[in-house]
Design a binder for this molecule. Sequence first.
Ligand code: 5GP
Length: 173
Amino acid sequence: MKPELIPVLDRQTIARLVCDLGAKISEDYRGRPLVLIGVLKGAFIFLSDLVRSLQIPVEIDFIQVASYGSGTASSGEIRLCKPIDVDVRNKDVLLVEDIVDTGLTLQFLLDYLSAMEPASLNVCAMIDKHERRRTGVSVAYAGHRTQEGFLVGYGLDYDQKYRELPEIYHLQF
Ligand code: 5GP
């Protein structure tokens, strides 16, 4: 049976949330060189909207990891596919994620980036989903905080599908 798409965040709401995040980040990092690191593939749309809502200059890079697992569950076994190219030593770094679920991917990324000795390291996620959290990672900037559900659209996929949708939906199986 085809899964059902239940609307969670429409375009206007997403635009407002991203604009608020951009204003807050600009205020917090004003006068400090900031490097944004987008986590591929899911964060590509969020990152592109976020950078355009900032009022400060930033450097941009991408990182990609693969998590073994299938369907809607992460196995917790994470492998780096694409490292970063910029030198982040002594710079302020903001990791930009699509969604944080168990937090295992984020923990892996924070460990990897911390070893490069940035001046500071924080996380901005479009969605901060709590129910299955298994680590103590903290998301300093979250567009939307929620308890549960498998979300798609606005860069988020299920089996590489639905990324192109401009809204965010709950995928009901
Ligand atoms: P975590 O390691 O925090 O469990 O999961 C991180 C990754 O799992 C996310 O970057 C994303 O790729 C995927 N993920 C977790 N929850 C969801 C969800 O609700 N929808 C989608 N599309 N991906 C999710």
